[in-house]
Design a protein around this ligand. Structure first.
Ligand SMILES: [Zn+2]
Length: 236
């Protein structure tokens, strides 16, 4: 693997590229796209010229929890679903065959070939995604009943940027990563989406409705925007 100032560096040739393009790619590091017949030996010098931009962008991305090292995240020793204050201690049993994840009380047993970190991470992610639906659906139902704001259907996905959304048909989509957020932020996100069943926009009327139910909504909205630091690297 080649590196540039500690970042994995990938050089890609694109015959249609007119000029050199430098990108920071989450999970991969630095990517340089060069036109045909470009002399790859010039790349280090070119990157030196963009060093200020690279450092600035890298710092901003890493502050948001984006991994640019290209390494797989470490396997977690504990998993904390902060939304419902549930913590699992994770035990790993190294054995051949398919990976399995079994939860029992506050313990999680992961069996499988430990050297296959990618497969183990995927199984843990699947486990958390299933739990997300199991945990978030009753919370949403409960709040929907309390506020008398019915919704049509609900789905849970692991999304990159949004915590949730509400469609014109009343389908509420929730980000599985909400599991890792403090309960008050999850409640607020549910409230935010349920209020969209009345107003499908962020108009003054919409915010007035939110404010009637949650007077502290401005602080909670701000904290939600910065909420991704609660999500562990193995689930980002
Ligand atoms: Zn909204």
């Amino acid at each position: 693997m080649i590196e540039y100032r500690g970042l994995p560096l990938t050089i890609k040739m694109n015959p249609r590229a007119r000029r050199v393009l430098v990108k920071l790619v989450p999970g991969q590091g630095l990517e340089v796209v060069v036109p045909k017949r470009f002399d790859a030996g010039l790349v280090p010098e070119l990157l030196d010229g963009k060093r200020a931009w690279i450092d600035r962008t890298r710092a901003r991305m890493e502050a948001c929890g984006v991994d640019l090292s290209g390494r797989l995240p470490d396997l977690p020793e504990t998993i904390n679903f902060q939304a419902v204050e549930r913590t699992y201690r994770v035990d790993y049993l190294d054995q051949i065959g398919r990976v399995s994840v079994v939860g029992n009380g506050g313990r999680l047993m992961v069996r499988g070939p430990i050297e296959d970190q990618g497969a183990i991470l995927e199984s843990l992610q699947r486990f958390a995604a299933v739990k997300a639906r199991e945990i978030l659906l009753p919370l949403l139902d409960d709040m929907s009943c309390r506020l008398a704001m019915p919704y049509a259907s609900m789905r849970v996905r692991r999304q990159k940027t949004r915590w949730g959304s509400c469609s014109a048909r009343g389908t509420i989509s929730l980000n599985a990563k909400l599991l890792f957020l403090p309960g008050e932020l999850v409640s607020h996100l549910l409230l935010h989406e349920l209020c969209h069943t009345r107003h499908l926009n962020h108009s003054a009327k919409y915010w007035a409705l939110v404010a009637r139910i949650e007077p502290d909504f401005m602080r909670l909205e701000e904290e939600l925007k910065r909420g991704s630091h609660h999500v562990p690297s193995w689930f980002v």
